[in-house]
Write a protein that binds this ligand. Structure first.
Ligand SMILES: Nc1nc2c(ncn2[C@@H]2O[C@H](COP(=O)(O)OP(=O)(O)OP(=O)(O)O)[C@@H](O)[C@H]2O)c(=O)[nH]1
Length: 619
């Protein structure tokens, strides 16, 4: 299956993580926005309730004040008793002031503006004829509410409600007015619950600040009489004069508030109630922080999971690449033409490569399903190999040996066979052709132990066999004889016919001795024209004589040289019997050699038995 390139997976992973992140953040934002809206709506409702309640309260107070002023004015107009006018006015003002105790003062002036009633005892004369409210009240038929004024008497800010006094004939007689101090409204506002950063203010229609309370500065008089307002307030007032709301930092203290305003019904005053957004939205803000943290953590988790998946994919891709490279290498190795490979299960061939065909002649397809016995030259070799291989495979997981396998045509091939266990039943076998190596090894070994000229055993091999015969004789008591032979008249052949001819004679003698003796009698050429052999199972001269006779006759038969010229040589033989001399091989060989010289001395072409007391003889 073609795998997608890593960079593509990385891009898709990043896009996926980004989309999930966007969805997550959008959902969080939407949910928080809805929560914020609902919190704001609740804040607005709460502020509106306060504004509404205060509006009613202030309107009712103003109405009470207006009633009090009207009562004084009516009394002044109708003059219902006979008391002097000044006294009656004083009594009326005092009576009405008692009904509006929240007004700091209730006073009356004469037509010129001099306060004539309501001043504290002993106070200096007060003149208000220059005040706007006096001028307005004189001109207006009903009560008027003043802009904020700073009292010359009490040194405090407040508003004044004033009403014209006129006689029955309509003549202007002065003004009766009540002073409502800013501190009075401040106390009223302080009773409302607006939170730590809330504020309540009262403004006239010209936006002048008549009273203000803020929870942070409960007794502050800052801004009173001024018209410093936020742009938001101006915009809201311009759009909806009676009631409305807005959110903005308050001009006076720069605290952001949600402010709801309501006009006091029937009066040129507006109550503004502001709740600090920070304060009011605190639970929302902490919930928002929590939500954003959760969303951030979730997104982090998503990125981590995607990153992990990408890493896994990268690892997987690396493994796949490595595996396919390995598979390619493996198939190249398996498909080679040099090393035979066979996979087997329970000694049955599952698969073989092309090299097996080259080495052993079996087509790979023909081997599948066959017993591995087919590769061995015999049942014995098959079983013997398995007996050695099976425990080694189980123990070490591998096995190696050198042996001859059978070719399809019945031949044999030396191989280096190594097997490795794949599991309990399966194994893989490698077959390396070492046939040539083995043959050259055998050849080298043969050369080391045989005489190059005659092909007979050399002195080394002879002495080895002699040692074995002696050991066996010591073990089993089986007697043997060592025969030492030297050619007679060989030198003249060399001298007369040349060295080549001498070689031919030596080869012929070797062959004849080989033919006359039994296969296990070990004939050797010890050097020059000296030969020796071991006769096993012989005890005395009697046993040896017929053999010696045969050998002597064979050697003495004429030998035809290459050009057909016949040459003749003889031989002298010395014999040492183990039954006579014991089983020390060195002693036996030396004794046979010495006996051979005895025979030579005695005239050649005869044999001599060492240490027997018998003289050399012609057998
Ligand atoms: N052609 C040939 N001659 C060899 C070889 N090895 C030794 N000789 C020769 O064989 C001869 C052996 O000498 P002798 O043993 O005196 O020969 P002989 O004539 O049989 O004399 P006796 O042994 O005393 O009877 C020497 O001339 C050697 O040079 C060989 O491998 N090939």
């Amino acid at each position: 299956m073609p795998t997608r390139p890593l960079w593509q997976t990385a891009v898709w992973t990043a896009v996926g993580a980004l989309l999930i992140g966007l969805a997550l953040f959008a959902a969080t934002w939407a949910s928080l926005d809805a929560a914020r809206r609902s919190d704001l709506a609740r804040a607005r409702d709460a502020a509106d309730n306060v504004a509404h309640a205060l509006g009613i309260e202030i309107a009712s107070e103003l109405r009470l004040v207006e009633n009090a002023l009207t009562s004084v004015a009516l009394d002044y107009r109708h003059q219902t008793d006979t008391r002097p006018a000044a006294e009656r006015l004083r009594a009326a003002v005092a009576e009405q002031h008692a009904l509006v105790p929240f007004a700091s003062a209730l006073r009356a002036t004469d037509a010129a503006g001099a306060v004539v009633v309501g001043l504290p005892q002993g106070s200096a004369p007060v003149f208000v004829g220059d005040r706007d409210y006096f001028v307005q009240a004189r001109a207006a038929p009903g009560a008027i509410v003043s802009e904020p004024v700073f009292s010359r008497l009490t040194q405090e800010w407040g508003i004044v409600v004033a009403l014209r006094l006129q006689s029955r004939s309509g003549e202007f007689g002065g003004v009766v007015y009540a002073v409502l101090l800013a501190s009075h409204f401040q106390r009223l506002f302080a009773q409302m619950s607006v939170g730590e950063s809330g504020a309540i203010s009262l403004r006239t229609d010209t936006l002048a600040l008549a009273a203000r309370y803020s929870a942070a500065e409960p007794h502050s008089t800052r801004g009173l009489g001024g018209r410093e307002v936020s742009a938001e307030l101006q915009r809201a007032f311009a759009q909806r004069r009676e009631a409305g709301w807005y959110i903005t930092p308050t001009a006076l203290d720069q605290v952001e508030r949600i402010t709801v305003y309501r006009r006091v019904a029937g009066y040129p005053l507006t109550v503004l109630v502001g709740l600090g957004t920070e304060n009011y939205l605190a639970p929302w803000a902490s919930s928002a922080r929590r939500h954003w943290s959760i969303a951030g953590a979730t997104f982090g988790l998503v990125v981590a999971v995607f990153g992990f998946m990408l890493l896994q994919h990268r690892r997987q891709a690396a493994i796949t690449t490595y595996a396919s490279r390995l598979a390619r290498q493996q198939s190249l190795i398996l498909d080679n033409d040099m090393i035979g490979m066979v996979r087997a299960q329970d000694r049955r061939i599952l698969w073989a490569n092309r090299a097996v065909e080259r080495l052993l002649g079996h087509a790979p397809a023909g081997l599948t399903g066959q017993s591995t016995r087919i590769l061995y030259p015999s049942d014995a070799a098959f079983e013997e190999t398995w007996r050695a291989a099976e425990p080694a495979l189980r123990r070490d997981g591998r096995f190696r040996t050198q042996l001859k396998l059978a070719t399809r045509t019945g031949g044999a091939l030396w191989v280096d066979l190594s097997g490795a266990a794949l599991n309990d039943t399966e194994s893989i076998w490698m077959i390396v052709d070492i046939d040539a190596l083995k043959h050259s090894e055998e050849q080298a070994q043969h050369l080391a132990l045989h005489d190059a000229l005659t092909g007979l055993a050399n002195r080394r091999l002879f002495e080895d066999h002699l040692r074995r015969s002696a050991a066996q004789a010591r073990r089993s008591g089986q007697a043997f004889a060592v025969c030492y032979m030297d050619l007679d008249g060989f030198k003249p052949v060399n001298d007369r016919h040349g060295h080549e001819a001498g070689d031919a004679v030596l080869r012929a003698v070797g062959l004849r001795l080989h033919n006359e003796l039994r296969a296990n009698d070990t004939v050797a050429r010890l050097g020059g024209d000296e030969f020796a052999w071991i006769l096993s199972g012989v005890t005395d001269a009697q046993d040896v004589r017929p053999v010696l006779q045969r050998c002597m006759e064979a050697v003495e038969r004429p030998i035809a040289l290459e050009d057909g010229t016949p040459v003749t040589v003889g031989c002298s033989i010395g014999v040492a019997l183990s039954a006579v001399l014991g089983t020390d091989e060195q002693e036996l060989l030396a004794a046979a050699d010495a006996a051979m010289y005895e025979a030579k001395e005695a005239g050649r072409r005869r044999c001599a038995f060492a240490a027997t007391g018998m003289g050399p003889e012609r057998p």
